[in-house]
Design a protein. Sequence first.
Length: 188
Amino acid sequence: MTTHTPARSTLYDADQLEVVIAAMARRTAALLAGIEQAAVIGIRRRGAPLADRICARLRDDHGLPSPLRVDLDIKRYADDLSLLFPQTRLQEDAGEAAVDLAGVTVLLVDDVLYTGHSLLTAIDHLARRQPAQIRVAVLADRCTCRLPVHADIVGVRLQVAPGDIVECRVPPFEPEFGIDLLRKAAAA
């Protein structure tokens, strides 16, 4: 009988990621310096609480006013990288769709940059709302993007095997903040 049990290892724990988030907020503060209208948009699920963490650091550590916070719901892959939908799906509730982004500098936040499909879908959607500029921040960049998108602010860069899974654990969805690597085990 063949069994495949992924081996899990923690790459970054909560304390290490707090340092990473602080650095991301510092780079965000520099990026937003002199900008009067800014919005931080989280990609649900885990990009939304990461956006909240960055905004809290902007306020608490850098004395900046809280930017407008909005979230987008985008789905293509499950956490195990299996394809959920053949096309990336974006959903936005009526309240979020009514937010005027014309002339606003947007920081789009996600947990992992993998193939780039989710980010490209979000950027395409937001660009039609005529922001002054769109910047991207990701907690983890797998360095395997297949589409012409990149992150302006990267927490950590990870070079892992294509079949490995990078799992960001972000409260409130998981009890502890962390980044784990799940390696597919060889057949037993």
